[in-house]
Design a protein. Sequence first.
Length: 302
Amino acid sequence: MATVGFIGVGNMGGPMAINLVNAGHQVKVYDLSPDLVDNVVKAGAVAAASPQEAVKDIDVLVSMLPSGKIVEDLYIHQERLLESISVNTLVIDCSTIAPENAINLAMAAKAKGIVTLDAPVSGGVGGAVGGTLTFIVGGETQAFEQARPLLMNMGKNVFHAGDHGAGQTAKICNNMLLAVHMIGTAEALQLGVDNGLDPKVLSDIMLQSSGRNWSLELYNPFPGVMDAVPASNDYNGGFQVDLMNKDLGLALQAALKSQSATPMGTLAKSLYSQHGRQGWGKKDFSSIQTWFKKVLNKNGAN
């Protein structure tokens, strides 16, 4: 078992750290929110008073942070955490950030003799809690093989996408597709309902037809169709619209850099941006279903 430092124990990082504790690792956690730290400490982790304390005498450091700027500020610019990390510590950043941020971290760490991996995750809060996440890893093969057993304590799939930054590129491609098929699923379900179909019956039909997809099968966006998903909890929990907007922004940045054509991704970004501005930013991204709901006028007509 390893001694692990964990920085960033929010909706995703908290359950991930708890799964490491449950797997028998010694885990030291740090977060700006004491309440988040307390949740993990109750599961058996040890609280660290600072990022520097979290990286002292550890084998592996895992971070799960909101943005590339925060990642670079923590490791390179403001906190300069790389100056406190031993060359014997493997650094695994699980944040979803731009490939350039991951590469910047890897190069800055390499200059100090430290090895890093970018390992963003797919699977959402449910996957983090259940230990069923998919890790999409960029970095050196030897470091990937070293990290695999630890990552498997938090997930069920671990993929080596390529060199530094490749994990981030694969993740933003996946999330762009996720946004596109969630929007398409919501649009199709509302079309059926507007024409008199039961959304549960329509979902069952499409699940056995060519329209089958992840959003329809495992994360149905129509309220009441599926239990234990955000749509049946007033779109609370899950993956926030604000975070989907962030990831779609990263995808479009990557498309601009590579001069790739992403018309569907661009449209998805536009819809989610408007959805967020209308007050849905903290709700789950499946709440895009509400975008298609017909609004009745004062006379009750459509």
